[in-house]
Ligand binder design. Structure first.
Ligand code: PPE
Length: 302
């Protein structure tokens, strides 16, 4: 990765120069916001998936935690396109981050400088090459998902991810590929970095946007399912309903649409990618690769 050039506060710099000071506020307290976006290779060149929505969420995240991004949405959009072009990448993952500087210290961060960077790199299948085809084994975490008045769950805040990391590492240490976190009431919330869906009796359910991130892939799945005449119910469900689901899958920018084949050592459905999951996943990949005209407005070509 060390040959990547990074956009930092308006300038493209070499990997070695993309540094911050040890007293960087965000490093100490976790108050920063970020995005995760993917750019795909299509027959008509590289295209960024739902860029506008990701930029919107970045600014919403900053607004929620009271940070003022010192660039316009257009400037960040241009920074992303420039980063991809400068690095000559056809397909990549895009990570814009907004963080606080080192010009002031302590919890009263009012008046501190706000900085922004964009990194891009090649990132293959998030949960392993076979995950998209075969599905993954997951574990319900011993760590609870955010309470809605403790962490601001509609904001993609750096510090929120400590909760995700605890769950992820616990799952991996126990031989699973991903964690599922329950909310404070014990209902299924989401994965460490993905939203979750179940299919049961032909109907699809996903937890409502309370303690979980307002996923852009989640929204795409809901729209794609509607095209197939399948309603997605945004409804709470418990872990035992997940155990008896016919199918389950994760959605996320990094994870794309990843089938879940096992939860807590219980086989889900046939133990392989389900029919509905496959249909949604195929359509999703057609869309991101520019092969579906209905959703062509979801792609920003560069
Ligand atoms: N929930 C969480 C907690 C989450 O972090 C993500 C994205 C999602 C749901 C799905 O949201 P969306 O990408 O808009 O569909 N997680 C990002 C970070 C992953 C990482 O390891 O870093 C991502 O997928 O880019």
């Amino acid at each position: 990765m060390d040959n990547i050039k990074i956009w930092m506060d308006g300038k493209i710099v070499n990997w070695d120069e993309a540094n911050v000071h040890i007293m960087t506020h965000t490093l100490h307290y976790g108050l920063g916001v970020f995005e995760g976006i993917r750019c795909y290779k299509t027959d008509n060149g590289s295209a960024i998936f739902r860029l506008k929505e990701h930029i919107e969420r970045l600014f919403n995240s900053a607004h929620i935690v009271g940070m003022k991004i010192p660039y316009s949405k257009e400037a960040i959009t241009d920074a992303i396109k420039t980063s991809i072009k400068t690095n000559g990448l056809e397909a990549c993952y895009i990570r814009p981050i907004v963080f606080l500087g080192h010009d002031k210290f302590g919890l009263n961060c009012k008046g501190i400088s706000v900085h922004c960077a964009v990194a891009v790199w090649q990132w293959g299948a998030y949960l392993g090459e076979e995950s998209l085809v075969k599905g993954i084994r997951v574990k319900v975490s011993s760590f609870t998902r955010h309470h809605i008045n403790i962490s601001m769950t509609k904001a993609k805040v750096c510090g929120n991810y400590v909760n995700s990391i605890l769950a992820k590492v616990e799952a991996v240490d126990n031989g699973y590929e991903e964690a599922i976190l329950l909310d404070v009431n014990g209902n299924v919330a989401e994965g460490s970095g993905e939203n979750i869906f179940i299919v049961r009796g032909g109907a699809i359910k996903t937890p409502p946007i309370t303690s979980v991130l307002e996923g852009i892939t989640r929204d795409s799945v809901i729209k794609i399912a509607a095209d197939y005449g399948i309603e997605v119910k945004e409804e709470l469900f418990s872990r035992d309903e997940l155990y008896i689901a016919d199918e389950a899958f994760f959605s996320g920018t990094a994870a794309e649409i990843t089938p879940i084949r096992e939860v807590d050592n219980r086989i889900i459905g046939k133990g392989s990618i389900g029919e509905t999951t496959k249909k949604l996943q195929d359509t999703f990949f057609d869309i991101v690769k520019g092969k579906n005209n209905k959703y062509k407005e979801w792609l920003t070509y560069i």
